[in-house]
Design a protein. Structure first.
Length: 138
């Protein structure tokens, strides 16, 4: 995931990242959340001009990605889930989430660690995007 974030935040995409940041301004959550939402949007969503998501570009232009890594990235492209989730349980960086949109349950882990989700409480709600790694979501 770090390689994709570095790619999306590289100087070559600074203008697109700046535009995405302004698109997410005023939504609350602070500058760090705004930046994370903007990077995710660049990676997974076509931009306003219809240009491909950066994840597609990354996969197309980086021929030296290890095959197992490529499969993970392709899984993220095909199976990511964005939604509003009810928090059914939390232990450290692990969350049991119920998606209010597709009504499915997801066992997920915060890639930034337990501290990054310290504000998340059982019975609360989060809006996020989940990507799969095997049977686990992050």
């Amino acid at each position: 995931k770090e390689a994709l974030v570095d790619y999306a935040s590289s100087p070559g995409f600074a203008r697109r990242l700046s535009q995405a940041m302004s698109d997410f301004s005023g939504l609350g959550g602070g500058e760090q959340n705004q930046w994370a939402d903007a990077v995710e949007s660049l990676l997974y969503d076509p931009d306003q001009d219809g240009r491909e998501p950066l994840l597609d570009r990354y996969l197309r232009t980086n021929k030296n990605i290890a095959p197992d890594e490529r499969l993970v990235y392709e899984g993220w492209r095909e199976r990511h889930v964005i939604g509003v989730f009810r928090v059914d349980a939390r232990k450290g960086a692990r969350l049991s989430l119920h998606n209010l949109i597709d009504e499915m349950d997801y066992l997920s882990y915060a890639t930034a660690g337990a501290e990054a989700i310290s504000f998340v409480q059982r019975g609360g709600y989060v809006m996020t995007r989940l990507v799969p790694i095997g049977d686990i979501w992050t």
